[in-house]
Design a protein around this ligand. Structure first.
Ligand code: IMP
Ligand code: MG
Length: 189
């Protein structure tokens, strides 16, 4: 048993559920593009949160995939946003005329993905779609519908499978809610 799991008050999505959903999503995405006679996409992964999801998802996609990352910061170590999303590192690939699939870990208020979507759309991709692992619909401040969604979850701060608290827990194989007493330990700066 992984001792980090004991830091969770409860598990929302198990490792098995992630595995089967990712496989299904990969097939769904592949079919979506193949039906439109598109056999190559450019995946833009929002780091760090979507690294683990992207790695698993893209290996289930049966299309040619070019890949790049965009790094954004919108949270410090607290469990709520403290700044507006800031782009720290931009993509290097030229996406003009490409079929872009933006991948993120969680759609929360919608601020991050809206910001990145308008930025990428300005570079004239041939098509633009998005895929998020988790969707917290109840938290939306800026309207946004992702084209592909892994799981709809309630409004709770979650960690695991790429999602962090103070940069920890990204390597948890499942997704869950941290015990309240672990949500602001003073030594985690
Ligand atoms: P938004 O801009 O409010 O939609 O926030 C999206 C970003 O905030 C995500 O890419 C995550 O990095 C982070 N985030 C939002 N909710 C959570 C959560 O429950 N756990 C960990 N990170 C989160
Ligand atoms: Mg984060």
């Amino acid at each position: 048993m992984n001792p980090l799991i004991e830091d969770l008050s409860h598990i929302l999505v198990t490792e098995k559920q992630i595995e089967s959903r990712t496989k299904f999503l990969g097939r769904d995405i592949s079919e979506f593009y193949r039906k439109r006679n598109i056999d190559e996409i450019t995946a833009i992964c929002i780091t760090n949160g979507s690294i683990i999801f992207s790695a698993d998802l893209l290996r289930k996609v049966y299309l040619h995939v070019k890949m790049d990352c965009i790094r954004v910061s919108s949270y410090r170590d607290e469990t709520s946003p403290v700044t507006n999303p800031e782009i720290i590192d931009h993509i290097r690939l030229d996406i003009e005329g490409q079929h872009v699939l933006l991948i993120d870990d969680v759609l929360d208020t919608g601020k991050t993905i809206n910001r990145i979507t308008s930025l990428l759309r300005r570079q004239n991709p041939s098509s633009f779609h998005s895929c998020v692992l988790l969707d917290k619909k109840g938290r939306r401040k800026d309207p946004y519908e992702a084209d592909f969604v892994g799981f709809k979850i309630p409004d709770e701060f979650v960690v695991g499978y790429g999602l962090d608290f103070a940069e920890r827990y990204r390597n948890l194989p499942c997704i869950g809610v941290l015990k309240p007493e672990l949500q602001n330990p003073p030594e985690w700066q």
